[in-house]
Structure formats: C-alpha cells, structure tokens
Ligand binder design. Structure first.
Ligand SMILES: Cc1cc2nc3c(=O)[nH]c(=O)nc-3n(C[C@H](O)[C@H](O)[C@H](O)COP(=O)(O)OP(=O)(O)OC[C@H]3O[C@@H](n4cnc5c(N)ncnc54)[C@H](O)[C@@H]3O)c2cc1C
Length: 373
C-alpha cells in the first residue's frame, strides 16, 4: 500500500480532488486531455502536469527529423479531436497547405500542436512540474511532484520514452544530436569513424546525417536487415517497424551504392563487432526506446493491458511508453506508435476508462476508472 512520505511536499493549494490527472504533455498527453474533454469531462476537473508544456520530445528533440508518416495523416490527427479547436486555422499553419501525400519535417506538426497545447492548458488546470511518484491510497491516486501533492480519481500516464543505450566504452553522440544536422556538425569531424547501432528509421537517419556532415566513415552495426513498409492501400505491412518516406527512398537508392570506405554494414556478432568497433571513435545508438520510469506505488506500469492501456483501476497509460499491441493482416505483431494511432487508440479506450461502456454505467460508478468525489 502507498505510504505518504513523511516530509510531505507543499500543498499545491488545489484543495479540490480532481477527477482526472494527466501526466505528460507530449503528443499523447495532449491527445488524452483532448479526448477527455471530447467525452464531456469538465475542464476544471482535469489537472495536467508537465515540466515544460512544449509538445514533449517531439517538440524539443525531434523537430528537425523527417517524418515517416504523411502530411495527410498528420492532418487527420490534428482534426481528430474537436477540443483541439484547429478547424478554421488552416491559414496559420503551413502543414495544412502541404501535399497530403508527402512527408515533412516533424516541426510542421509540432507548430499546430504547440498551439493546441497552449489552448488546452489554459482551459484545464495546468501544473508545470515533474511528477516524482503516484500512489493509491484511500480509493484515490496521490500524485506527488516538486510543486506539491494532488489527489485524483483517475490518472493517465503519458510520460514518453527515451532512447535505449548500450555501454560500449566509446564517446557517445546522442540520438538527439545525430538527428539534428546542425547540432551534429558540431559533434563530429571528418577524422571520426562513427559506429551506428540499429536498422530502424532513427538509425538510418543518423547514418545519412553523419555522411552528409562529412564524417570519415560510418560503421552500421545491425541485428535485423533493413525492413521497408509496404502500403497496400487500406493497410500497411510493417507499418510501425518498416522504413517509410524519404528515409526509405534514401536507404533503397543510396545506401547500396556507398563504398565500404564510407559506409560499412556489419551484422552484430561477437568477434566481428569487437574488431570493427575498435576502429570507431564515436558511437550513436538507434536501437529503440524504453519507457520513462516513474515511481508508482500499488501498481505495476510494466504490466499494462496492451489492448486497453489499463494499468490498475483508475490508472491508465498511453503514448510511446504504453503502446497498443496490434496484429496486422499478415500476422505480424507490432506496437502502435504514431500520433494518429495514439488518437485512434484513445478514441476507443477513453470511453472504457470512463466506464461509459458496459455494466459499470448502469450502477452509476466506474469499474475501470474511479468516480470523482
Ligand atoms: C526519430 C523519430 C521519428 C518520428 N517520426 C514520427 C512520424 O513520422 N509520425 C508520427 O506520428 N510520430 C513520429 N514520431 C513521434 C512518435 O510518435 C513519438 O512516439 C511521440 O512523440 C511520443 O509522444 P509521447 O507523448 O508518448 O511522449 P513524449 O513526446 O516523450 O512526451 C512525454 C512528456 O511527458 C513528460 N514527462 C515525462 N515524465 C514526466 C513526469 N514524471 N512528470 C511530468 N511530466 C513528465 C515529458 O517531459 C514530455 O513532455 C517520431 C519519433 C522519433 C524519435
């Protein structure tokens, strides 16, 4: 059971018990707030906590990255939530006049999302802070942050994920730097031989950026071969794991033509990896993401339900930290990551979280979420 800390943080001065607390204001947190409002939750019963309110990692780290989804899908995402209030704003954001079939830099979708985030945070109770722990006590969730402690019937964790790392003893260039050509130019030189681990969208982009800024050589260590998404019209094979857009084009047409003195691809195995790694002066890890950790008393976030995002009664997860598990038409199991996918997932699960579907509604209480008191 969750024990209150002996030295309690200062009260937020928010005596009211909130119906919902949303933790994290990246794309998933923004969408969770929007969908709660769309489902009739009153804005003043929602508290929203984030240290920055700058559209999460998408806004602060990945803005210069070329997208793997199309402009059309971003547009569909931006219009997927009535509470976003984006209709009628087409002239204000360039993304609405771009070719819907093309891809774009992620900053094009960050710009309207920043506007939406500001709009939503002015309507709900927004708290600029980092949550330290969440715990269940007395039938409610206690959310503790440096700004104080607040109590909510239901909590949505939308805390995002960070790049997974290995621990080779070579100076690291962060994925964040590797995916931002301007920053990368200052982090490497033509004398460097840079190891890039991974074969995903971000690893291939890192390889391309490193070659573009003129490093001496890139050695790309991979476990799985390059995989390309295949659009079948009404479904996409390898939708979450395959290369798409300009990254896929580059990997298909340019990578095979590069001489081994510029780009060497090495399948990871003990001896060969050690031999080639010994020549590398810097390393970039593009091997995926792991959920950000948050202390939760009384529940195990790792064991979340992969279909509904339910962690425990009244505790839910969404976004890249708690992705939905899907099986595509070819039988491949993937985890759904992407803005439109987060929105579609929340369309389906928010009514479930609110207990709007099924027997709980008849009893006037929620079996999944908890009623406000
Ligand atoms: C290389 C790359 C390319 C991508 N391309 C695409 C694309 O083409 N299309 C697409 O749809 N998406 C793309 N994405 C984005 C992808 O969908 C991300 O998964 C998405 O941005 C994740 O959003 P999120 O809200 O789950 O997490 P984040 O953006 O990480 O946001 C999490 C937020 O929670 C806050 N937070 C964390 N811990 C706490 C705490 N304890 N207390 C309070 N706040 C906290 C953080 O400060 C942050 O603001 C790409 C991502 C990458 C890395």
């Amino acid at each position: 059971m969750f024990r209150m800390r002996r030295r309690s943080p200062p009260s937020l001065g928010l005596r009211k018990r909130f119906q919902w607390a949303v933790i994290g204001a990246g794309p998933a947190g923004i969408t969770a707030v929007g969908k709660l409002l769309d489902n009739g939750v009153s804005p003043r019963t929602i508290v929203w906590v984030d240290p920055e309110f700058k559209v999460g990692d998408l806004g602060t780290k990945w803005a210069e990255v070329s997208s793997n989804t199309t402009v059309g899908r971003f547009e569909e995402f931006l219009r997927s939530c009535a509470s976003f209030g984006i209709d009628g704003k087409d002239d204000e954001f360039p993304i609405f006049s771009m070719d819907p079939k093309s891809t774009c830099l992620l900053k094009e979708v960050v710009e309207p999302l920043r506007w939406i985030s500001d709009r939503l945070s002015a309507s709900v109770v927004a708290v600029r802070s980092t949550v330290q722990s969440v715990g269940s006590e007395g039938g409610a969730w206690h959310v503790v942050s440096a700004a104080g402690e607040l109590v909510a019937g239901n909590v949505v964790l939308a805390v995002g994920a960070q790049p997974r790392l290995l621990d080779h003893p070579i100076p690291q260039v962060s994925l964040e730097e590797a995916l931002d050509p301007r920053r990368l130019a200052g982090a490497v030189s033509r004398e460097d031989t840079v190891a890039v681990f991974g074969s995903s969208h971000s690893a291939v982009l890192a390889v391309r950026n490193l070659l573009n800024v003129g490093v001496g050589r890139v050695v790309n260590f991979y476990r799985s071969p390059l995989r390309f998404a295949v659009d079948h019209g009404d479904w996409i094979l390898y939708d979450n794991t395959g290369l798409k857009g300009v990254t896929a084009q580059w990997a298909r047409s340019e990578m095979p033509r590069l001489p081994a003195e510029r780009l060497l691809r090495v399948k990871v195995d003990g001896t060969r990896t050690t031999k080639h790694l010994a020549q590398c002066t810097k390393v970039v890890y593009g091997i995926g993401f792991e959920p950000r950790k948050l202390r939760v008393h009384g529940a195990e976030p790792k064991r979340y339900d992969r279909t509904t995002g339910i962690i425990a009664p009244g505790l839910f997860g969404c976004g890249i930290a708690f992705p939905e598990r899907v099986v595509d038409r070819a039988g491949n199991v993937e985890y759904n990551v992407g803005l439109l996918k987060f929105a579609r997932f929340l369309d389906r699960v928010v009514p479930v979280w609110m207990g709007k579907s099924g027997r709980s509604e008849r009893r006037g209480v929620t079996s999944v979420g908890r009623p406000a008191r």
